[in-house]
Design a protein around this ligand. Sequence first.
Ligand code: CO8
Length: 257
Amino acid sequence: MNTDYHNIIVNQDTSTCIISINREKKLNALNRDTLDELHHAIIDALKEESIRGIILTGVGEKAFVAGADIAEFPAFDSIAGKELSLEGQSKVFDVIHQAGKPIIAAINGFALGGGLELALACHVRVAAQNAQLGLPEVSLGLIPGYGGTQRLTQLVGRGHALEIILTGDRIDAEKALSIGLVNYVVPLSELLIKSKNLLSKISKNSPRAVSAAIRAVNASQTTEGYEVEMNEFANLFGTEEFKEGVHAFLEKRKPNF
Ligand code: CO8
């Protein structure tokens, strides 16, 4: 795995790949280079057979990601803005959303704008007690451009999504938990432990079934969702992992995936 990055740090801990955004002085804001490095690191981790899941987090105690790098904005016009949004979506946010391995956002502080959108693209979100989440784009004369209007609405419903997007207010971790925006809130010192435990639980299951479940759940947001679920479900009957899972149950032993 390539580890020669300047804006992120990539570590492998047994079967988990931990990708940390490493621009602490800029509260881990996502500039173009960081998005590019994230793209490569995620693609590598998805290809690497020994990796069963990914944790995304930020370096330091203050921020997961405080948004897209606003310092790059003044040079943008509508065309450049659209290009950046398209490029970010296709190279990072959609890659995460559609990844065949589980990706957990470990939110260690501010998750704002593009930072919250990054967490929203992940499959599960674990927040530290100090997390502050929000989509302040309207305060900059923008709206979320990395899928936030869609993914937030799907996750918390139209009412909460509109309140968060239209006010631009930050909410704390407990409020985020109460509306389903994050799955867990833990002390900062336990953030990675909790995220790794979740991944290790998932890793005991069939990797093929885990991938299929992600695809089927993602398809619930399309009109073809039921059909995708049916096809994914049926295809799994032809796999060795399905056979192993069923045999292990019938033989009263743990499956070996
Ligand atoms: N971009 C660039 N730099 C940032 C960002 C950011 N998003 N956030 C913080 N920084 C920088 C600050 O400028 C500061 O740099 P310096 O020390 O050189 O002055 C450093 O990080 C530390 O920040 P602060 O001194 O401001 O720290 P505070 O603790 O006082 O405040 C806040 C923390 C409240 C998080 C504050 O930094 C803040 O409001 N940041 C901006 C948050 C924001 O508005 N995020 C949304 C950005 S827009 C976006 O993400 C759009 C996504 C869709 C894009 C689609 C493609 C076009």
